[in-house]
Design a binder for this molecule. Structure first.
Ligand code: FMN
Length: 210
């Protein structure tokens, strides 16, 4: 697919479809760097930036991703140019949220009731159970992945977010620290076919609350 150098954001949104069929062309290191940079610039709660990414391009490992025990035989994953394993650093999420709150208070950047609200939020997050912490940090990781998806369209790359995988096996396969949680697999490559179908979506009336 050609690079879409002057694509507007709305065009990128309209042109993005999940791509599950890739050419053998490698994804360049420049393109990988551009995707990670897009993710890096995403917003996050209290600027905690809990996302961590492991870029996998080794063909043998990509092949393993397509196998039954890892992804329930989503064999097309083997054809991806890269799989970016998107992880959440949950303890980092808590620590960095606390650090931001401390910084805001020390520097009088946020004051009064709003600052008290932030302190309460951070306290709640810090003492939440592991499941709640995972949900909160995974939300931030998902937002960063959306930034990568749209940047990929501009680069002429196809992507698909994959949520069906065995987390423990993925961690062992690519060597991810036990402290981190895997939030999703971000498959990326040069599309063999660009899906042209309309987006199948609920109507506005179904999602817009009165
Ligand atoms: C959280 C999440 C998990 C997903 N998991 C998978 C998956 O395991 N395998 C897959 O082929 N697609 C997966 N998808 C892609 C969706 O099927 C796809 O986004 C949806 O059908 C809408 O199609 P579109 O992306 O082409 O607009 C996932 C998407 C999201 C956001």
């Amino acid at each position: 697919m050609k690079k879409n150098a002057v694509l507007g954001v709305n065009d990128a949104i309209l042109q993005r479809h999940s791509v599950r069929s890739f050419t053998p062309e490698a994804v360049s290191s420049e393109d990988i760097a551009a995707l990670i940079e897009a993710a890096r610039l995403a917003p996050s709660s209290l600027n905690s930036q809990p996302w961590r990414f492991k870029v996998v391009q080794d063909k043998d490992i990509l092949k393993r991703f397509g196998e039954k025990d890892i992804s329930r035989t989503q064999s097309w994953l083997a054809e991806a140019g890269a799989i970016i394993v998107c992880c959440a650093d949950i303890s980092g999420y808590v620590k960095d949220s606390q650090a931001s709150a401390f910084f805001y208070r020390e520097n009088d950047l946020i004051t009064g009731d709003t600052m008290d609200g932030i302190d309460e939020y951070v306290e709640r997050e810090s003492s939440a159970d592991a499941y709640a912490k995972f949900g909160a940090s995974a939300m931030n990781v998902g937002i960063s992945a959306s930034f990568m998806m749209l940047r990929a369209v501009e680069l002429g790359l196809g992507t698909c977010w994959v949520g069906m995988y065995d987390e423990q096996k993925v961690k062992e396969l690519v060597g991810i620290d036990s402290e981190l949680r895997v939030v999703g697999l971000f498959a990326v490559g040069h599309p063999a076919e660009v899906p042209v179908q309309e987006h199948s979506r609920k109507e506005i009336s179904e999602i817009l609350l009165p």
